[in-house]
Ligand binder design. Sequence first.
Ligand code: 13P
Length: 305
Amino acid sequence: MILREEKTKIKRIEELKKKKRAVIIAHNYQLDIVQEIADITGDSLELARKASKAKAETIVFCGVRFMAETSAIISPDKTVLLPVLEADCPLARMITVPQLKTLKKKHPQAGVASYVNSSAKIKAESDICCTSSNAITVVNALPHKEILFVPDKNLGRYVSAYTAKKVILCKGFCPTHALLKASEIVKVKKDHPRAEFIAHPECVPEVLALADYVCSTAGMFKYARETKVKELIIGTEGGMLYPLRKENPDKKFYLASPVLICPNMKLITLDKIIEALEEGKYQIKVEESIRKPAYEALQRMLEVS
Ligand code: 13P
């Protein structure tokens, strides 16, 4: 339900959107109200695709910094705004360019696949990018027999089970997904014996081992829509529950654990979106010498997925 004070803010956002020829894009982990007012929602891959096609001069990106950066890489002709500069993804900071260069030296034969949850500079140093929904396809599409997969070790390990290639992992992980423990899944499954458990590949391997299905956030929508099962335990960030319940009113969804809340994703509010549109902040720009090679790595991903 939309509250009265929210209605006033939404009206202001609509006015500003028209004035600035802006489009609001929100990731599936955003606050319910932000997803509600967004023009486009989706997983990282869908957002990368749709943002580039959006007929707008300004993109207000409601997500974390790497997502807005990806949008700026793909659409250099558009103004990309991230309403809260501190909305950052800790996983994306878990590999630096010097660390990647050292790994490349150590594994000179390996192709580099970087998860989109990485900085523009890391993308620029990569052969190809991937998201959680296309990581297996991307790794298998590379001609290399060895793949240096950065920065998420959990997604990388998951991918390694679906390829004959040698996947070299590094140490990154999502601090929110990593909080989910296998013991919690055992308990929640006992509490809801008819429910299936679907998990994001950023979860730790012990949790993934208990999953009935592993997929990206977009994959979860598809699965929820198509399965005959009426109850689902969701192993990813809690923002997913609002759209899943909205789309499937006949089904029940349980968050696998209350710990699954990303503090960064929740920083963007209606007030922050108004400020972003009024003041044109915070513009995310990527220097051309980085943008070009990062764009090529993203483009290769879009071509194979
Ligand atoms: P998706 O691509 O599945 O939406 O995941 C993005 C993400 O950042 C997960 O933590």
